[in-house]
Design a protein around this ligand. Structure first.
Ligand code: OAD
Length: 249
């Protein structure tokens, strides 16, 4: 166990990550200057309607992101969170990691359980039978589904605008059981993820933000560390594992 303040025990840390944690691995963020949605129009690339209208363009966008991901490596922030997961488990505690990221850098850093609320880029889903399969090569609009054989219906297993994120029930259940909520590298602009800090506060759970700069929700956090995730996250994790109470406001 760890201690949030001299009086408060921390057995369960709930971490929400966003694009900022993978920025130093070379994967673009969305809303920063030069970010993905500053360069590309999400209504043409990340909606079910866009896929129905122009599947080649949508597949090409995600194929390029998949190749970029395969060339990327986890950075010290991903590795630090994996250390925290292991360190808490050794103390009979628990880390719940929910990520908005569709990359697999938490897993490659050694994290055991990752809840991908916006899906996973290295998986494809069949729109005919819903089967999910791993994918590393480029997807085409002619590829057959390995499960039902239906051709042309494979789509990236990611959540598009207008779709419901994955794991919402388990996310709420784990959040309500947590002692500390930490948001890392997310702008706080996309719901329902952006609403988790408010839910944590209402439940009396301590909150901390770790980001390059104050997010849209900065006023809702009890404590904050601003700077590059590759520096701030390992420092916070080291403090948690060494002293325990460092997470306090
Ligand atoms: P955003 O691009 O909205 O925000 C990224 C945040 O990371 C910003 O607040 C940056 O200041 C911060 N940041 C950038 N570089 C950083 C660094 N080196 N260290 C620490 N922080 C850094 O990304 P998300 O909040 O993840 O959804 O976006 C949420 C969702 O919007 C995404 O999952 C995606 C997108 O539309 C879907 O595609 C469904």
């Amino acid at each position: 166990m760890l201690y949030h303040s001299p009086m408060q025990r921390i057995d369960h840390v709930f971490v929400l990550t966003g694009a900022g944690i993978s920025a130093e691995s070379g994967l673009g963020t969305f809303r920063d200057v030069g970010g993905i949605w500053a360069t590309f129009d999400p209504s043409r690339l990340a909606t079910p309607e866009a896929f129905a209208r122009d599947p080649e363009t949508v597949q090409a966008f995600y194929n390029a992101r998949r190749q970029n991901l395969l060339a990327a490596e986890p950075n010290p922030a991903h590795r630090a969170l994996a250390r925290l997961e292991a360190g808490l488990a050794e103390r009979s505690g628990r880390l719940t990691l929910v990520t908005q990221n569709i990359d697999d850098l938490h897993e490659r850093a050694g994290h055991r359980e990752v809840l991908h609320m916006h899906g996973e880029l290295l998986k494809a889903r069949c729109t005919a039978c819903e089967a999910v399969a791993e994918v590393r090569a480029d997807l085409t609009t002619a590829d057959p589904c390995g499960a039902c054989g239906c051709a042309g219906g494979l789509r990236p297993h990611v959540v598009w605008f207008g779709e419901i994120p994955f794991h919402l029930d388990v996310i709420e259940e784990r959040l309500m059981a947590a002692d500390l909520f930490v948001a890392i590298g997310t702008s706080g602009a996309v719901y329902p993820a952006a609403g988790l800090v408010g839910a944590a506060r209402r439940a009396g759970i301590a909150t901390r933000e770790i980001n390059l700069e104050p997010s849209d929700n900065a006023h809702l956090f009890d404590a904050a560390d601003y700077g590059r995730a590759s520096e701030t996250v390992p420092r916070w994790v080291d403090g948690m594992l060494r002293h325990g109470p460092c997470a306090g406001p």
